[in-house]
Design a protein around this ligand. Structure first.
Ligand code: SAM
Length: 220
């Protein structure tokens, strides 16, 4: 059961009763998504590129997706977005998040009208954007495709330690292009060792409010 709750910046998140954790930082869902995934991830990886491919782990409410889509529309960047989700939310729940307020009506409509179909197969949302939400666990995900940036947005190591094991980190990192960017809101000694073992260089960046630091890593 997921319960909608408000975070400190006024944006909503969901509380997952089974896992015992919120989908976003309770210090601010919107500001966390912008800080970690858009500013440290997408903007950094996109640079001057005219197109970008994103692999997200944990689509959840789609907040990271809609902000990425909006950024790419505004900056004339084609975005090809794949987001793995083991437990997709219903369209009704996503509609209750209030996140339509954070993007243009067209971006929201392109997203919400294609959400359910994107769980079955890749959808073209606009001339700028393709979205696919493979309904699978990360461990069960396989593709020959390589991505420019990975948003690692799993529940925390305290509540889902299996999502932070060396094996699963190596698995997800295998989908990144050389020179590609891996970002996540968390940083632990074990995570740093796991990405270094995959041949990445790591950067500690200031975290979103409520977290001292976050991790960005680049595949060599
Ligand atoms: C922290 S939330 C993600 C928040 C999301 N990015 C958003 O903006 O709403 C973690 C997500 O991972 C999903 N998840 C849990 N176990 C998973 C697994 N083994 N493989 C893929 N996704 C998983 C959960 O259902 C949840 O949607």
């Amino acid at each position: 059961m997921n319960i909608i709750t408000q975070t400190a910046d006024g944006s909503n998140t969901l509380y997952n009763e089974t896992i015992g954790e919120h989908y976003h930082s309770k210090h601010g869902a919107l500001q966390e998504s912008k800080h970690v995934f858009i500013n440290a991830g997408l903007k950094y990886a996109a640079g001057e590129k005219s197109g970008i491919s994103v692999l997200e782990v944990g689509f959840g409410t789609g907040l990271n997706f809609i902000l990425s889509f909006e950024y790419c529309v505004q900056n004339n960047i084609d975005i090809d977005y794949t987001s793995i989700e083991a437990f997709p939310l219903t369209k009704e729940v996503i509609n209750q998040t209030g996140y339509s307020a954070y993007v243009s009506p067209k971006t929201w409509d392109d997203f919400i009208s294609n959400y359910e179909e994107a769980l079955n197969k890749k959808q073209t949302l606009s001339s700028y954007c393709k979205l696919e939400i493979p309904h699978t666990t990360l461990a069960g995900f396989a593709t020959d495709k390589k991505f420019d940036v990975i948003y690692y947005d799993a529940f925390s190591v305290q509540h889902q330690p299996e999502m932070w094991s060396n094996e699963i980190i190596a698995h997800v990192c295998s989908f990144l292009k050389p020179g590609g960017t891996f970002v996540t809101y968390a940083i632990t000694g074990n995570l740093k060792r796991a990405v270094k073992a995959c041949g990445f260089t790591i950067e500690k960046l200031p975290g979103a409010p409520g977290k001292r630091e976050m991790l960005r890593a680049i595949k060599m």
